[in-house]
Every structure is written in C-alpha cells, then in structure tokens.
Write a protein that binds this ligand. Structure first.
Ligand code: DQA
Length: 138
C-alpha cells in the first residue's frame, strides 16, 4: 500500500518550534520510526512551506497512491486551493494535526480541508500520524 504524508508550512521546524505544543521530535526522525514500524507499507514523505507545492504534490500522487495523510498546518485555516485539490483527486485523504486545534485560538477552529477528507485526527501529538496510517489498515 502506497501512502503519501504531506506536511505544510513550518513543520520542517518540528523539534525546534514551540515545543510545548508540538513536542521535541523532528519529523525526519519520526518518519524513520514510521518506516520501521510499518515495513510492509510504501510510505512517502513531502514537506513544503509553499502552498502551490503542496497542491502540486496532492495532484501528483492523488490519482495513483492508496491514500494521502496531510497536515496542511497554517494553510488548513486559509487555503481554498488545498481544499479544492483534495476534492479533485481520487485518493482518500486523512487530515491530521499534532495539536488539538479546537483548544487553541479561534482562527484555528476553521478548516478548509475537513469537508473534503475521509476523516480528521487531531490532538494526539505525532501519534496522530500513526493513527491516520492505522485507519488505512484492515
Ligand atoms: C497544526 C495546527 C495549525 O493550527 C498550525 O498552524 C500548525 C500545526 C498542528 O499540527 O497542530 O502549524 O496543523
């Protein structure tokens, strides 16, 4: 099974940025752990700080991969374009967030993605991504 993880802006700074919210592990390390844990899966990882690059990646894999797990980070709350890209592709998409965005500022309560995804997992730290992967397994 081919799954694409897509991370949006500032998630390249995990482990450095606002550790009390996002924890102290960097995503590259965590992604290696995921590859070891899910050896039978074909896991791919892409991160960009640029909205158009995230849209291009969704279009690139979204007609071929078995699933997409996306944390669009701040673009979650602003991007009609990412929402439309998710709506346009065939692959099922799971939206994830590290933090529970509903316990934070009100502008984080709105997601332009949620209406177009199969499900949303948030608030479990990096484990949100594990749970998203598990959702694709039998
Ligand atoms: C985030 C939550 C967003 O509100 C924020 O802009 C992020 C990360 C999360 O994973 O908790 O950058 O998506």
């Amino acid at each position: 099974m081919k799954l694409q993880i897509i991370n949006g802006p500032n998630l390249n700074l995990l482990g450095i940025r606002e550790k009390s919210i996002y924890g102290d592990q960097n995503f590259d390390e965590y992604f290696n752990d995921l590859k070891i844990k899910y050896t039978k899966l074909d896991l791919h990882y892409f991160q960009s700080n640029i909205e158009g690059e995230l849209i291009e990646k969704i279009q690139e894999v979204g007609f071929e991969f078995d699933g997409i797990i996306i944390n669009a980070a701040a673009y979650t709350h602003t991007s009609v374009g990412i929402g439309d890209a998710i709506k346009s592709v065939n692959s099922p998409v799971i939206e994830v967030h590290i933090s529970n965005t509903y316990t934070r500022e009100e502008f984080r309560h709105k997601s332009f993605l949620s209406a177009h995804v199969r499900g949303v997992i948030l608030g479990f730290g990096l484990k949100s991504y594990d749970l998203a992967i598990e959702s694709f397994l039998d």
